[in-house]
Design a protein. Structure first.
Length: 202
């Protein structure tokens, strides 16, 4: 597991901490987060069969560090906001990539296969197929390895950081309309992924 400072996804959180708490306190929170991250990796990495820790451990580390150093601070509000901001950054990359000639059409042709793999038992998911078609793929995720790991760590709410990213970046695919109204990490019975091919959607 990388350090927080070495994580492409999470290293930007330091700027948010600095803006919220000032340079000195942000440095202390970050240092504690790095120590917590190492402890989580040492304790749970052997149980992380699906590499969910890459996304869950850093969010959990910052959340735990904030609870220790800033009790009463709405840590999950900060993490969800960071997830949304990160999702926007990833969305731009996805939109640019799928704007290349034939890229969106290639995804359309293989949408069923992509969805099947992304929600497979091999990656740790339990699912219910609703529609299995290249024009409309729909799957309900009943259990998720990221949420399961967050539960084992004892901070199930931190999975919402990843969900916040997901809700945004998945809208970046050109010609594919994405909808998700529910999330296991937010207490729902499933994550209801709906992807529909729409040539008019830029």
């Amino acid at each position: 597991m990388k350090t927080l400072s070495g994580s492409i996804i999470y290293r930007g959180l330091y700027k948010d901490l600095k803006a919220e708490f000032g340079a000195e306190e942000a440095k202390k929170i970050w240092a504690l987060s790095e120590r917590v991250l190492k402890a989580l990796c040492d304790k749970y990495s052997s149980e992380d069969r699906y590499n969910a820790g890459e996304f869950v451990f850093p969010a959990a580390a910052v959340f735990i560090a904030l609870r220790r150093r800033q009790p009463g601070f709405p840590a999950m509000d900060m993490l969800r906001a960071y997830g949304t901001k990160t999702g926007r950054r990833i969305r731009k990359i996805i939109h640019t990539a799928t704007s290349l000639p034939c890229a969106a059409e290639l995804i359309h042709k293989n949408l069923r296969k992509i969805m099947d793999h992304a929600s497979s038992a091999e990656l740790g998911y339990t699912r219910r197929i609703v529609s299995d078609d290249n024009d409309f793929c729909a799957v309900d995720i009943l259990s998720c390895p990221l949420y399961d790991l967050a539960v084992r760590i004892g901070v199930p709410e931190v999975c919402q950081t990843v969900c916040a990213m997901d809700k945004v970046y998945m809208t970046g695919f050109r010609h594919i309309r994405y909808e998700r109204t529910k999330s296991v990490a937010e207490g729902d019975d499933c994550c209801d992924y709906r992807l529909r091919w729409d040539k008019s959607k830029e």
